[in-house]
Design a protein around this ligand. Structure first.
Ligand code: ADP
Ligand code: ZN
Length: 523
């Protein structure tokens, strides 16, 4: 190697690393050049270094805003251990201790100060900050500032005030999640000026994605874990109660498992987390409260026992597997019932735009689960990234393509049923209702609309309603049915759908998950 640059030298002496990870050095140069910088790097890519190292390289103090108090202490401890003068300020400190730290800052003894966003409250604190020699502002987990992200924190909006209190101080914003929309929102909310944007690939080549229909979830999960020797992993569940039940059931199956959720007291949470980090328990059954900032490199599997509410959450949670770069498995158990549960929650959101947004995100999540396309293409596509390889070699769709079948007759039945309903009463109906007509259901809604008199009533008794609904969703994905979003999305046959029907084209679909046979249990 040629003479090491100053940054390389700092990297080696303070952090003990020989080389930078992709984009780290470019990001640091941008930040050191005084330009506002937005860095979007997947979890584990090494974002912290992107502001920690420049803090050493420049004069003055770097303020770091970070949402997690627990994480803050860890980071500061690590920095102190590497001989980097750093501290944090948050609401957990005794007044004396807080004063001591403020004195050290004022005396210019520190290079990095971590702030909890709740500290940003109040003009007096901003006054104090103004008196320090702040030369950079780093905003970690910057997506927390956006309502369109998965982890909106209203306190983050106060960053504008901090920013205003420090005119001319360059900002570096970092996040592991940003759809294009969230990205724009970060720039706008933080008031970044002509920022340099660094966007790493979100592909995690060592993660293997797998989606299965949810049936006998606990048994399936236990088997999945037992097949993996002593490997440890996370089972994400929708509710606190479910995490407890899941952990108990897994223990019953001979697997060391503990629950983790925000309802446990702090001591229990810390204990369970420690046990997991130290491999004293193999499995942690957790709500989404678990994971952010947990740096366990050898998580070998992440299982979603229930459907996440959006793809961003799914990506983040699965992203906690395989941070060491070695292969890891991500299993999602999918059911329409879970979709409906989320719809129930979403219905409670009072704000119209937010509710519609949540609906759209849920639909994307469900589409992802039901799709027969490469998981990687779908997932990366969601983050605006194009994946061009034909076979990713590490997802269920690429490794074992779902069985296809000739669904010509089914498609014709379903499309003509949709047309009949509209002709009969102009009725706006959803897939579920169409399915009910096809199977000849005597539900109240069918009888009330006299849909039992339609010619297509009961012509689809060969399949259960769930299969018809899934066939319908496949036709939506093909663009033959148009579906509006909302609590009760309605469908209409498109022009392309009409053409297919008229031409009696043969229709090949993927075998619906709802009818797929789950592997028989070995236990
Ligand atoms: P992120 O915040 O992007 O999820 P972290 O900053 O926590 O990632 O870094 C993840 C891990 O990678 C940490 O253990 C960190 O010390 C390590 N790391 C960061 N940069 C490098 C590097 N250049 N070389 C080796 N390891 C690195
Ligand atoms: Zn694939």
């Amino acid at each position: 190697m040629t003479a090491a640059s100053p940054l390389h030298e700092l990297l080696k002496t303070h952090f003990g690393y020989d080389s930078f990870r992709p984009l780290q050095e470019d990001i640091m140069h941008s930040a050191l050049g005084g330009r506002d910088t937005l860095a979007i790097l997947p979890t584990g890519a090494g974002k912290s270094l992107c502001y920690q190292l420049p803090a050493l390289a420049r004069e003055g103090l770097t303020l770091v805003v970070s949402p997690l108090i627990a994480l803050m202490k860890d980071q500061v401890d690590q920095l102190s251990a590497s001989g980097i003068p750093a501290t944090f300020l948050n609401s957990t400190l005794e007044p004396d201790e807080a004063r001591r730290r403020l004195d050290a800052i004022r005396a210019g003894k520190l290079k990095l100060v971590y702030l909890a966003p709740e500290r940003l409250m109040g003009g007096r604190f901003l006054e104090t900050v103004r008196s320090w020699q702040v030369t950079a502002l780093a905003v970690d987990e910057a997506h927390c500032i956006s309502e369109w992200g998965h982890d909106f924190r209203p306190e983050y909006r106060r960053l504008r005030e901090l920013r205003a209190a420090l005119p001319g101080v360059p900002v570096i914003a970092l996040t592991a999640t940003a759809t294009p929309r969230v990205r724009e929102d970060i720039v706008r909310q933080l008031g970044l000026r002509d920022p340099a944007v660094f966007l790493a690939s979100f592909n995690r080549p060592n993660l293997h994605y797998l989606v299965e229909p949810k049936k006998d979830a606990v048994k399936r999960i236990a088997r999945f874990i037992l097949e993996r020797g002593q490997d440890s992993g996370i089972v994400y569940c929708q509710s606190r109660k479910r995490t407890e039940e899941m952990a108990a059931a897994l223990r019953h199956a001979g697997i060391a498992a503990l629950p983790y959720h925000a309802g446990l007291d702090a001591a229990a949470r810390a204990r369970h987390q420690e046990a997991f980090l130290r491999d004293e328990t193999r499995v942690i059954c957790a709500t989404v409260a678990f994971g952010m900032g947990i740096d366990k490199p050898d998580v070998r599997f992440v299982i979603h026992a229930d459907l996440p509410k959006n793809l961003e959450g799914y990506y983040q949670e699965t992203g906690r597997a395989g941070r060491d770069g070695l292969p890891a498995d991500c299993l999602l158990l999918f059911s329409r019932g879970d979709v409906m549960k989320h719809v129930g929650f979403i219905q409670e959101i009072p704000d119209d735009e937010a509710r519609q947004h949540a609906h759209a995100q849920l639909e994307q999540m469900a589409d992802f689960a039901e799709s027969d396309a490469c998981r990687r293409i779908d997932l990366l596509g969601y983050f605006g990234e194009t994946w061009t390889e034909e076979n990713c070699g590490a997802c269920d769709a690429c490794l074992s393509p779902r069985e296809t079948w000739d669904a010509t007759v089914e498609a014709q039945k379903l499309l003509s049923c949709a047309i009949r309903v509209r002709q009969a009463d102009g009725g706006d109906v959803g897939l579920r209702h169409l399915a009910d007509i096809l199977i000849g259901s005597r539900s109240e809604k069918i009888l009330a609309h006299q849909h039992d008199r339609l010619r297509t009533y009961g012509i689809g008794r060969e399949h259960p309603a769930a299969v018809w609904a899934e066939i319908g969703r496949q036709l939506v994905r093909k663009g033959w049915l148009a579906q509006e979003s909302g609590r009760f999305p309605t469908v209409a046959v498109t022009r392309e759908g009409m053409a297919v029907l008229r031409a009696r084209e043969s229709v090949i679909l993927t075998r619906p998950l709802a009818s797929a046979k789950t592997p028989t249990s070995r236990r």
